[in-house]
Design a protein around this ligand. Structure first.
Ligand code: 5GP
Ligand code: MN
Length: 334
């Protein structure tokens, strides 16, 4: 029988006991999984091993569901602090490449670095790498590391890890057959006191009614390709001004659009300040949207990928439409 869980390399647990201070760094434009992975591991290292920890993320902390975590993260590490911290080492979580760490990477140069990740695209970096692309969330790997080190997460750690797993799996909607290991791990988080209801509320609750109007706008303007095989929509800065920044609820948008019969891919292009656009791409079947994201200088997973690029929102949308049409054509004539 195949192992229920990925095994944890010895170098990973050795790394996490060898040093006195750990700098936990998560990715730019953070999501629940990366922040929860940093916090879950940091809380554990501090509690169980007496390690001194600091958390780094340059933000922006735009997603509504992570705003309560933002204040624990610093954007940069100043050299005087680094010089005073005893025996520091770095753990980078959920980052597919060094560029994803952002400007704090410059402050961490020269320190021993462990990378814990689950992305399919990217370039290897760091002194010790633990990248498992089969893992549904980096938080799942963090839980397995804690357990490998002979401990059970506390209720607080279990809650944060469940939140991270829930966000990266779309509250388990994207998990498929052979997810028994993940659900067994989640069951242990529940035994430790985590609440699925609380995780759901953290992910999906707390919006204003305006957020539903923004969803309606994005759905109304959606561009439908190839009889509904792909749907592309976009959000402008004036939408953000009209409905409020806290109104964005991309996960619900994907859920509503993936309910449409025959849809295979969804693209959401968001106009950002400074002439940039961010793209979020989602796939429901065999089409690999990380390859589409790569065309725009981004990356991610087969079924969830993204990018940030300079350009006008209309132009980027048209390019995404073209790339989606090509991907659909390739998948029908492989
Ligand atoms: P989202 O659409 O939720 O922003 O991102 C979906 C996935 O794509 C995440 O796993 C995220 O790590 C990845 N991703 C988003 N933006 C970028 C990017 O600019 N570069 C890379 N390499 N990955 C990205
Ligand atoms: Mn992740």
């Amino acid at each position: 029988m195949a192992a229920l869980h990925p095994s944890i390399p010895r170098e990973v647990t050795d790394f996490l006991t060898a040093h006195k201070t750990y700098y936990l760094a998560a990715h730019l434009e953070p999501d629940g999984d990366c922040l929860a992975a940093a916090l879950g591991l940091g809380m554990f290292l501090n509690r169980a091993h007496g390690k001194f920890v600091r958390y780094f993320d340059a933000g922006p902390f735009d997603r509504r569901e992570i705003q309560h975590l933002a204040r624990q993260f610093e954007g940069r590490l100043d050299p005087a602090t680094r010089a005073e911290d005893p025996d520091p080492a770095v753990v980078v979580v959920d980052c597919s490449g060094p560029d994803r760490v952002g400007p704090v990477a410059e402050d961490l140069v020269g320190l021993p670095t462990l990378v814990i990740d689950h992305h399919a695209t990217g370039e290897p970096f760091g002194d010790v790498q633990f990248v498992d692309t089969s893992a549904a969330a980096t938080c799942y790997l963090i839980q397995l590391i804690i357990e490998e080190m002979g401990e059970t997460p506390t209720q607080e750690e279990a809650e944060i890890l469940l939140f991270g797993i829930a966000t990266d799996t779309g509250y388990f909607r994207h998990t498929e057959a052979r997810a028994a290991g993940l659900f067994a791990a989640v069951s242990r988080l529940l035994l430790a006191g985590a609440s699925p209801k609380l995780a759901h509320q953290q992910m999906f609750g707390g919006y204003k009614l305006a957020s539903r109007f923004l969803l309606a706008r994005l759905i109304n303007r959606a561009q439908v390709l190839e009889d509904g095989a792909a749907i592309v929509t976009w959000e402008t800065l004036s939408d953000v001004e009209e409905f409020g920044r806290g109104s964005r609820d991309s996960d619900t948008l994907y859920e509503l659009l993936f309910a449409v019969d025959g849809v295979r891919m969804i693209g959401l292009i968001r106009e950002e300040p400074d002439g940039k656009c961010a793209g979020s791409l989602r796939s429901i079947d065999t089409i690999d949207v990380s390859k589409v994201a790569l065309v725009f200088g981004g990356g991610g997973h087969r079924r969830a990928a993204g990018f940030t690029i300079s350009g006008q929102v209309d132009a980027i949308r048209d390019q995404v439409v073209d790339e989606f049409l090509s991907a659909l054509k390739r998948s029908s004539n492989p």
